[in-house]
Design a protein around this ligand. Structure first.
Ligand code: GUN
Length: 293
């Protein structure tokens, strides 16, 4: 039976720590962490995420700005908003919720954010810093996964970590973090993706499996070896008529069949998900406190 990695309570703990550090930052240095979020359009999932981010900021005692724009907004207007925030001393973190509508070049928007305020860690300067092991902003979901390992005392040194998924938001940054010569990293990392073919050949060798695929229940008991540590980044909504909404959130891992074989596993929900917002607060706090660069 696996140890259940309780992301919900670890995230709550981090949020309390950020809140208490924020009280000190305000009282001793007169700095109130500020996060500005830009949401363009009507994407339902993005709206839920942004509302949660706003609520979390207010609970932590932050200054919070959320700007919601219709999807008719021009690329230039988006760049102008980012530029205004870059020059606003009350704002220490800027987040442009993705995806953006097709007529706005996503990379252009990310490049416009000052790397010093890029709390999502998506600016190529921060991506480069992460790869070569320099200080910088680390994307929130991968940072949250590392925090789960730290707080669960799971040391990855010399372990074989198999990451499934090569997105810029999760797969690439977590892989690059975990092979660094640092505590709670120093692992041997394999990245699998849509070009891999026989994914099971690799997942069966994993001491630690990180699933960031986006396909419900893609990983089953036959895909893993005994004693594997499983981090499930999937958030897939499937039909379930036994619930009030008629749907249910499940991971990329078939929890019920994999859990008995694993030594540790994150559930969905209440696993990796809550860590993303906790690390966004942490990144914004550290930006305000001048602890990142
Ligand atoms: N869309 C999905 N995940 C994220 C995230 O972590 N940050 C931003 N900005 N957009 C997202």
């Amino acid at each position: 039976m696996a140890y259940i990695i309780d992301g919900k309570s670890i995230a709550e703990q981090i949020r309390l720590e950020v809140k208490s550090n924020t009280e000190v930052l305000i009282s001793e240095r007169g700095i109130k962490p500020g996060l500005a979020v830009l949401l363009v359009g009507e994407n339902a999932a993005s709206q839920v995420y942004v509302r949660s981010k706003e609520k979390a900021c207010l609970e932590a005692g932050f200054h919070s700005i959320v700007l919601r724009m219709p999807d008719t907004v021009s690329e230039n207007e988006v760049l102008n908003i980012i530029s205004t925030w870059n020059n606003d001393n009350a704002i220490h973190g800027i987040l442009v919720q993705l995806p953006l509508p097709k007529h706005i070049n996503e990379m252009k928007a990310l490049l416009a954010i000052s790397p010093q305020k890029d709390v999502d860690g998506f600016h190529p300067e921060n991506v480069g810093r992460l790869v070569i092991g320099l200080p910088g902003f680390v994307p929130c979901t991968p940072a949250g996964i590392v925090e789960l390992f730290k707080r669960s005392k799971i040391d990855l040194a010399g372990k074989h970590v198999v990451v499934i998924g090569r997105s810029n938001i999760v797969g690439k940054p977590i892989a690059n973090l975990l092979y660094q010569k640092k505590p709670y990293a120093n692992a041997v990392v394999t990245i699998c993706h849509t070009g891999t073919g026989d994914i099971r050949k690799f997942t069966k060798q994993a001491d630690v499996l990180i699933a960031a695929i986006g396909v419900a229940h893609r990983i089953g008991a036959d895909d893993v070896k005994d004693g594997v540590v499983v981090i499930d980044v999937g958030m897939n909504r499937i039909a379930d008529l036994s619930t009030k909404s008629g749907t249910r959130l499940v991971g990329d891992v078939d929890y019920d069949s994999v859990m008995p074989k694993a030594s540790a596993i994150t559930p969905v929900p209440k696993g990796v998900g809550p860590m993303t917002i906790a690390m966004l607060l942490e990144n914004t706090y550290r930006s305000a406190a001048g602890e990142v660069f």
